[in-house]
Design a protein around this ligand. Structure first.
Ligand SMILES: CC/C=C\C/C=C\C/C=C\CC/C=C/CC(=O)SCCNC(=O)CCNC(=O)[C@H](O)C(C)(C)COP(=O)(O)OP(=O)(O)OC[C@H]1O[C@@H](n2cnc3c(N)ncnc32)[C@H](O)[C@@H]1OP(=O)(O)O
Length: 243
């Protein structure tokens, strides 16, 4: 699957809805046992959640958006397929979350790229299921530091902490992902799927049992004046950086 939402594959409501529907089709297709997730945009895997969906929007719209974010996470994290992230660009925040739901992460070895959960840098807080996905990936202590600082890691640093599994030159990323997929698909599906579910079920069940309160929590948090102000400042910083 190639992410195509120019310019930076930000995860808008429309994009998330289309992504989930495409993933569901593959999930139901018994001939499809694995997916390589990559970006069709230069330099960026995904810029994370579309900040415009969280800025100046009505509570109803924010709720609809958050349900779509939850759905994307649930579909990816509980997929029966082998999902390999071929991270061919920067992957902050929601982009990092998306990568962490995959079974294996291969990143392009380019020091200009970065990956991590940088929410605190925007004045917002990574929800518990973002946090738990990271704990399940890199462990508790590393997550504690990463989340409080809103740390973005270079590919080499990300490899060091186990946030990605392999670095390769960018032009070899799909070939490496394909070789890796062959290895993963050599394992009998039922045994691998049950094992994957055993590892991830507690985190998935936790969100499933708290979906509505999590939406309420998001809406009440994101629509607060100081949070809106922080997002506004962050957006203008992003625009200014360009000029
Ligand atoms: C008590 C409380 C308890 C619990 C909390 C409850 C609820 C939780 C609440 C909130 C949680 C919400 C979680 C959010 C997670 C996220 O994903 S937030 C998004 C974070 N993303 C970022 O910080 C990335 C920002 N972007 C960049 O760093 C760069 O753009 C990037 C490195 C990706 C690419 O750089 P470059 O190629 O140079 O591109 P530009 O920077 O020039 O960008 C091009 C245009 O795209 C716009 N843009 C970039 N990122 C986003 C984005 N995420 N959303 C919307 N738009 C984006 C950028 O402004 C440029 O626009 P322009 O062309 O200037 O119009």
């Amino acid at each position: 699957m190639t992410l195509q939402n120019p310019p930076v594959n930000s995860l808008s409501l429309d994009f998330l809805t289309e992504f989930c529907s495409a993933l569901e089709k593959l999930e139901m297709d018994k001939s499809c046992r694995g997916v390589i997730l990559t970006s069709g945009q230069p330099k960026v895997f995904s810029a994370g959640l579309d900040i415009m969906e969280m800025y100046g929007k009505s509570p109803e719209r924010c709720g609809e958006f958050w349900r779509a974010v939850q759905e994307m996470w649930l579909k990816l994290y509980s997929s029966n397929m082998v999902i390999i992230a071929a991270i061919n660009g920067s992957s902050p925040a929601g982009g990092c979350l998306m990568s962490m739901t995959c079974d294996y992460r291969i990143m392009a070895d380019n020091p200009r790229y970065s990956i991590g959960l940088n929410e605190t840098q925007l004045g917002i807080v990574a929800p518990f299921w973002f946090k738990e996905t990271m704990v399940n990936t890199v462990g508790h202590r590393t997550t504690e530091i990463a989340l409080q600082l809103g740390q973005l890691y270079s590919p080499t640093e990300a490899l060091d902490i186990g946030l990605v599994d392999k670095l390769v030159p960018e032009d070899q990323i799909i070939a490496t992902a394909t070789q890796t997929m062959t290895k993963w698909l050599a394992v009998p599906d039922h045994a691998r799927q049950i094992t994957k579910s055993m590892m991830r079920k507690p985190t998935i069940d936790k969100l499933m049992s708290k979906r509505e309160p999590d939406i309420q929590n998001f809406v009440s948090f994101i629509t607060k004046d100081p949070i809106q102000k922080s997002l506004g400042l962050y957006l203008s910083m992003l625009k200014k950086r360009k000029s």
